[in-house]
Design a protein around this ligand. Structure first.
Ligand code: HEM
Ligand code: HEM
Length: 175
């Protein structure tokens, strides 16, 4: 399959929709009350888990779309930037997947039954296992921080292209 030179409208909508949802997701994650033993999920947690599941579905769809519609890195970039941007993009996909999956496992090991935006029951493992839940909680937090660091690197690189290199890399995802 020949790689395109530009991102199409679908790739751009997926990109910015996921950016917006991650912003909401981190805000809910940090603002919602801490979970204690035996707690039942409240409204904030229902929204966190529902937005998280939406991100999970979108990242899988987006990844499938990317496989079917590959876009080659900008040809004017030096080799090290082409390779490092590809690596960061792969890492972003992997970490979004890992963050959502560990979150879902954590909620499952609490034995919670949850609803998707209070509309329909959500698929859960529903196996109450406190020890596994504790281990997974640490993993969810580690993944959410690792994702944040890589997002920071990605945004810093985008800003470098706008303000230092002054090339059209940012335009690839905008226009
Ligand atoms: C990329 C998507 C996600 C992000 C960025 C994210 C982020 C966060 C953040 C920032 C917290 C607060 C933890 C802390 O205090 O450090 C949190 C907690 C939590 N998240 Fe997520 N999350 C995501 C997806 C999910 C999903 C899909 C689920 C479940 C299906 C989930 C379930 C939970 C639970 C149960 C907690 C509470 C953990 C505790 O209070 O110890 N998360 N998440
Ligand atoms: C303000 C925030 C952001 C800006 C300004 C931004 C900017 C960009 C730009 C300019 C590109 C194109 C790079 C190129 O063609 O080489 C890109 C690609 C990409 N961005 Fe972002 N981004 C942001 C946030 C995020 C976040 C939060 C994620 C997390 C999932 C993300 C994931 C990706 C991925 C995976 C690609 C590669 C697209 C593909 O080939 O599928 N971005 N971004």
């Amino acid at each position: 399959m020949t790689a395109r030179l530009q991102y199409g409208p679908t790739a751009k909508v997926f990109h910015w929709l996921i950016v917006a949802l991650l912003l909401v997701q981190y805000s809910i994650g940090w603002l919602m009350p801490d979970i204690h033993r035996g707690d039942k999920p409240g409204t904030a947690m229902t929204f966190h888990v529902s937005v998280g599941l939406t991100v999970l579905v979108l990242i899988v769809l987006r990844f499938a779309w990317r496989l079917g519609h590959p876009v080659s890195p900008e040809s004017s970039l030096p080799t090290w930037q082409r390779l490092s941007s590809e690596a960061v993009h792969w890492l972003l996909y992997a970490l979004v997947l890992a963050t959502t999956f560990t979150g879902w496992l954590f909620a499952s090991f609490r034995g919670w039954s949850m609803s998707y935006f209070f509309l329909a029951p959500m698929p859960m493992l529903a196996s109450d296992d406190a020890a596994a839940g504790k281990a997974i909680d640490g993993l969810h937090q580690a993944m959410e921080w690792a994702l944040l660091v890589v997002i920071g690197i990605h945004i810093a690189a985008a800003l470098m292209h706008v303000f230092v290199y002054r090339d059209r890399i940012m335009q690839r995802m905008l226009a």
